[in-house]
Design a protein around this ligand. Structure first.
Ligand code: GAR
Length: 206
């Protein structure tokens, strides 16, 4: 089934671009139907413009509380009737409305439940991994519930941490792995092959 995808982001949007490119190449049987950024200067909005995808910025500071902020995002997204919401470097906590239960995915640049939670995003994650002396890091794709980095895990992939890694070199290898596995998880969703069993995600055979 071809799915409609809404993408939420806060930054440069390389993850969005990868999803757009995978839809164009057929690696994902789907289409990005709208993009929301939580920052007005997010380059991801320009990428959305370049691909003629409806987009907007919804800023936390323009909303009295987190609930109203979340609602403003869903008010923009809902009319596009997405099948799946893809978080692509979206740095705020979201309320998950019932209609999107099990239909929001996130990618985290480490192996959850390590190096995750509030404040653990982007370079902070890689700095923490290196400072701790971990030998492995990686990528986690998971469903989103109402808590940071907490929902059922869909896919994980490991990346070696090298002794001379800086947060930047580690981020580069982790992001290459993100570009490989995030579209696969989205495509499994499109094929109806992700089945939630409590907090376990079963991947159904083709
Ligand atoms: C991605 O690398 C993703 O792992 C990270 O933000 C980056 C966004 O890059 N997400 C998190 O840290 C979520 N906790 P992008 O704006 O270029 O797609």
């Amino acid at each position: 089934m071809s799915i409609k995808i809404a993408v939420l982001l806060s930054g440069s949007g390389t993850t969005l671009q990868n999803i757009i490119d995978c839809c164009a190449s057929g690696a994902i049987d789907g289409e990005v139907v709208c993009v929301v950024a939580s920052r007005a200067d997010a380059y991801g909005l320009t990428r959305a413009d370049n691909s003629n995808i409806p987009n907007t910025a919804v800023l936390r500071k323009d909303h009295d509380n987190a609930d109203i902020f979340s609602q403003a995002i869903w008010d923009f997204v809902n009319p596009h009737e997405p099948d799946l919401i893809v978080l692509a470097g979206f740095m705020s906590l979201l309320n998950v409305p019932e209609r999107y239960d099990g239909r929001i995915m996130n990618v985290h640049p480490a192996l959850i439940p390590a190096f995750c939670g509030k404040g653990m995003y982007g370079h902070h994650v890689h700095e923490a991994v290196i400072a701790y002396g971990a030998k492995l890091s990686g990528v986690t794709v998971h469903f989103v519930d109402g808590e940071y980095d907490n929902g059922p895990i869909i896919m994980q992939s490991t990346v070696e941490v090298k002794e001379d890694d800086t947060p930047e070199t580690l981020a580069e290898r982790v992001q290459a792995e993100e570009r490989a596995i995030y579209p696969k998880a989205v495509q499994l969703f499109a094929e109806g092959r992700l089945k939630l069993d409590g907090r376990i995600v079963r991947i159904l055979p083709e």
